[in-house]
Write a protein of this length. Structure first.
Length: 496
């Protein structure tokens, strides 16, 4: 019941929001209430999963592999929780940032449908319904991208929709080929069939198509070129949702594909995955260092940080996978918060060009503190959460003698620090820019915008200071992923 309620909660509130279109205060209230309700349900879900193990719901009473299965294990439960957590604070932030004209264009129901798609993707147990949830994400996110109809938004959204349609096409072809080979799209049943097969490499080609499709959605090298121009253009509330949630669904799908479908033949292309992780980190951070707008810097850092996560996944040991899961949670919170802070800079100065801003630390010390915590956590400074995440991946790469990967982890961390220092010194530490308009000094930042950033920064600090709790959870999730027998038995039961 908890699984279906997790998906139904944002859906029901989205319908209510559509029925109450035109009532602006109601729209904003529904967004906050919906995300808070989803967060509460997700808390109960992760408690239940941690206490009883994997939860499975066979919709309509049709058992797997014949019916649609919803599955919540430790990985999906933690991602559902942190996604709902971030969506709740973004909804509070959007109360002030999103103007009435955008509210009237169905902003609230679109965000709730987007959240429903994210949660559905995390909880589905078969590839076809993963494809369906991806399409829900694509439609909702595309419309959100073009809200406002500015030229830069339309340009960015065109690349976004074309490349994601290509990704969906590759996904559908890969899934179709896979079905032709094993006769099922239920992920647990696929894993069971391959375990019983004498030729587990039979699905390598189909699996690689899936990895390319998911890699495009996650923004890995060389498929990332659509991302910076798309994520930096909409309102910061929307960018925060995209940066925090959408690329992580692609990463999640990669993890599921590797551990359930391609695990028997992983050794054949592990080197390729490590190469992709290295190049993703390098190209992402180079792009970030070269930018002069905060939103563009942050967009390129989505790419480099996805590279870190992929590095942990590609090594495919318990410690590396646990570090990748830890990194996922850390990055969802930190990246969403940084985009929200970039929105505050735009609200204050009318732009996020670093050279046209300044003096924000003196004017708003709390906002300066929240940026400091989030930015330098992204860079990996101790004792913040990013340090422990990168340390876990570095230790795993050294232990498994991936020397080039280890060097890249350290080098990219240094360049990430440089790019964050550029923002810190230009926008926060320095005096107000000479290009600042006279009336900008009297613009007050609403509490609804800076308070969510403060809470997300406190969450980042908590993840760092009490990281052992999250890392122990991530380690257990990694053990379950690398030993999928329990997952297979929970989903299939006696229907093998």
């Amino acid at each position: 019941m908890l699984i279906i309620l997790t998906i139904l909660t944002p859906f029901i509130f989205a319908i209510i929001s559509l029925l109450l279109r035109g009532y602006r205060t109601a729209q904003r209230s529904i967004a906050v209430l919906a995300t808070l309700s989803t967060l509460i349900v997700s808390v109960f879900l992760i408690i239940e999963v941690d206490k009883t193990g994997i939860i499975v719901l066979h919709s309509g009473g049709w058992v797997a592999p014949f019916g649609i299965s919803l599955v919540a294990d430790r990985l999906s439960a933690i991602l559902v929780l942190v996604s709902s957590f971030v969506a709740f604070f973004v909804s509070i932030y959007a109360w002030k940032e999103i103007g009435n004209d955008l509210i009237n264009r169905h902003f609230t129901p679109l965000c709730l449908f987007l959240l429903m798609g994210v949660l559905g993707a995390y909880l589905t147990g078969d590839l076809f319904n993963l494809y369906v949830w991806f399409e829900v994400l694509l439609v909702s996110s595309f419309i959100l991208l073009v809200l406002g109809s500015e030229r830069t938004q339309l340009r960015g959204s065109l690349k976004y929709v074309v490349l994601n349609l290509l990704s969906s096409t590759l996904f559908l072809i890969g899934a179709g080929l896979l079905y032709g080979k094993v006769g099922t799209l239920n992920m647990a049943h696929i894993a069971h069939q391959l375990n019983q097969s004498n030729q587990p490499e039979l699905v390598s080609s189909s699996g690689m198509l899936l990895l390319v499709a998911f890699g495009l959605k996650a923004g890995v090298f060389p498929l990332f070129f659509w991302l910076p121009g798309s994520y930096a253009t909409p309102k910061s509330s929307i960018s925060a949702l995209f940066a925090g949630l959408l690329t992580k669904v692609g990463v999640y799908a990669i993890i599921r594909t590797l551990t359930l479908i391609l695990e028997p033949s992983l050794n054949h292309f592990q080197g390729v995955l490590i190469f992709v992780a290295i190049t993703t980190m390098i190209f992402g951070v180079i792009g970030a260092v070269a930018q002069t707008k905060i939103s563009n810097i942050l967009s390129f850092h989505i790419i480099s940080q996805v590279g870190y996560i992929l590095a942990g996944v590609s090594i495919m040991t318990v410690s590396s996978l646990a570090a990748a899961i830890y990194y996922l949670v850390h990055h969802i919170v930190v990246k969403a918060n940084l985009f929200l802070i970039a929105g505050i800079v735009k609200y204050k100065f009318g732009t996020d060009h670093i050279i046209k801003t300044g003096g924000l630390l003196k004017a708003y010390p709390i906002i300066g503190l929240t940026f400091f915590v989030s930015a330098f956590s992204l860079a990996g400074l101790p004792p913040l959460s990013g340090f422990w995440a990168k340390l876990g991946i570095l230790q795993a790469s050294l232990k498994n003698e991936h020397w080039l990967l280890s060097f890249t982890v350290v080098l990219v961390g240094i360049f990430t620090l440089i790019s964050m220092l550029k923002i810190w010194l230009g926008t926060f530490w320095s005096s107000a820019s000479s290009e600042t308009k006279p009336n900008e000094s009297v613009i007050k930042i609403p509490v609804q915008m800076w308070l969510p950033c403060l809470f997300l920064a406190l969450c980042t600090v908590s993840i760092g200071l009490f990281g052992n709790v999250l890392f122990e959870y991530s380690e257990q999730a990694a053990i379950d992923l690398l030993n999928p027998t329990k997952y297979i038995e929970s989903v299939l039961g006696g229907q093998k």
